[in-house]
Design a protein around this ligand. Structure first.
Ligand SMILES: [Fe+2]
Length: 467
């Protein structure tokens, strides 16, 4: 029922009383973020009131939850309260705006947040509360998280599912819905932190793990939210990076911390599931960029192929053409001890053709690559792939295996005919946004860096979810 604006106003005194009595209400401050941070009513949350929040947040708030909006002057909150009221919400506004408030105020940003990097460090010690809808959650989530959609958080029975002895972290696609969730929890006496940037931010966390620390050093840099792996290989203070990911600045930080200079950057193949940071990393470090000569790129690089040799520091890299995932895929053998296999050979399985259109032809290539090239390397060669599956256990926090272990993987002891039949029969969903990602990686489309987290948020529909 549409209410008259007149009835929606609530005075500072009335609000003060409601807060003192701890009545359940949501207090949204619609002023500029900077004004909010200077001073805001204790317990209020900063809210941006645009079309997206209208659709994504307001529709999740139960109709019987009292909402008080604050602006300065009151006009905008009055209008918004009226609009929300017409949607059936119990919305009000502070008469006289923020200036009329004489009660308790506080400074700083809304609520408590946790950065994705910090969450990665304490993942095992927190209660991950994902407040997206069930359908969004079922497609993609941080392993171990519990799903309680925002709308259900206003129900006392639901709240009993949240443990009291753990730090609660609220999660949504971009941090807005989760902020409201944290606020709802706070009102119910449960302290929580909101994951900054939501799942899009989470997908950009890069975690370095040192694996080999001999004359040649290998650091695996993991994109924890997506299971992508990249590697820094260093020798004599010179480092090369294989399959770098965004945000590429992280590699520069890691190299600086350890006293390496990044001099070469490689991609094993044209990736379809994430935006390659190879070009930007090479550009910003002045390193040489190396790409497969069997693939088309719209920009300059050193194009390399089978049997090419490249040295850096005291180490040597040998290129093998290993088609099968893509026709132009390369693998890199370093010091005849380590092989970087891209998406051809993983810890837990073999790679699969990336493009279904020529699956049969690709699968034959894949068989030949595995049997005639990679598995011919010495048994103790360490294998470093570009991805890992969700169920794969890490070893000392990293994901790698050996050629000897790889030989025991399923489907490597069957005939070529049977292998092709089995691999071609596999259908799996394409990575979200893969077409756009490929055009970006080819250099046909320039991207603003801020677009990358959303482009990579898959495999889910969150990519277009602005909440
Ligand atoms: Fe790939």
């Amino acid at each position: 029922m549409t209410q008259n604006n007149q009835n929606l106003g609530i005075t500072a005194n009335e609000l003060n009383e409601d807060l003192a009595q701890q009545k359940p209400l949501l207090l949204f401050d619609l002023r500029l973020q900077s004004d909010f941070e200077k001073s805001h009513i204790d317990g209020s949350v900063h809210a941006v009131c645009d079309a997206q929040s209208k659709e994504k947040i307001m529709t999740k708030i139960p109709k019987n939850t009292k909402i008080v909006l604050i602006s300065d002057p009151e006009d905008f909150s009055k209008e918004t309260a009226s609009m929300m009221s017409s949607l059936g919400l119990d919305s009000h506004y502070l008469t006289g705006g923020f200036s009329s408030w004489a009660g308790k105020t506080t400074t700083g940003p809304t609520g408590k947040t946790i950065s994705p990097d910090n969450l990665a460090k304490q993942l095992d010690d927190v209660f991950l509360l994902d407040v997206r809808n069930t359908d969004e959650f079922s497609e993609f989530q941080i392993p171990g998280s519990k799903n309680i959609p925002l709308g259900e958080l206003f129900d006392a029975k639901t709240l009993s599912q949240i443990p009291k002895d753990k730090q609660v972290v609220t999660i949504c696609p971009h941090g807005n819905r989760a902020m409201v969730a944290s606020f709802a929890l706070e009102r119910a006496g449960i302290a929580s932190q909101t994951l900054e940037g939501g799942l899009a931010g989470w997908n950009q966390v890069l975690k370095p793990v040192s694996i080999v620390n001999d004359a040649t050093k290998i650091i695996q840099v993991q994109k924890v939210g997506k299971g992508c792996l990249s590697h820094i290989v260093a020798s004599d203070g010179k480092a090369m990076v294989i399959d770098p990911l965004y945000p590429f600045e992280k590699y520069i930080d890691i190299a600086k911390e350890r006293g390496f200079k990044i001099t070469k950057v490689f991609d094993t193949h044209q990736h379809a599931d994430h935006v390659s940071a190879a070009r930007d990393l090479a550009k910003s470090t002045g390193a040489e960029l190396y790409l497969s000569k069997y693939e088309g790129y719209d920009y300059d690089a050193n194009f390399i192929g089978d049997a090419d040799k490249i040295s850096f520091g005291a180490a040597n890299l040998r290129v093998i053409h290993t088609p099968g995932h893509t026709p132009g895929s390369l693998s890199f053998v370093v010091d005849e001890k380590y092989v970087f296999t891209g998406d051809i050979l993983f810890v837990e399985s073999i790679g699969r053709p990336d493009l279904r259109d020529n699956a049969e032809e690709f699968t034959e290539d894949l068989y030949n690559t595995l049997h005639e090239k990679l598995l011919k390397l010495s048994d103790n060669t360490m294998v470093f792939p570009t991805h890992h599956g969700e169920d794969v256990k890490s070893e000392n926090d990293a994901f790698y295996s050996t050629i000897q272990q790889s030989k025991k993987l399923p489907w490597l002891d069957i005939s070529k005919q049977e292998f092709v039949r089995k691999v071609v029969a596999i259908t799996r969903p394409r990575p979200m946004n893969y077409r756009k990602i490929i055009t970006v990686n080819k250099g046909e489309l320039e991207l603003v860096h801020s677009e990358i987290p959303d482009l990579e948020i898959g495999p889910n529909r969150c990519a277009v979810d602005a909440s």
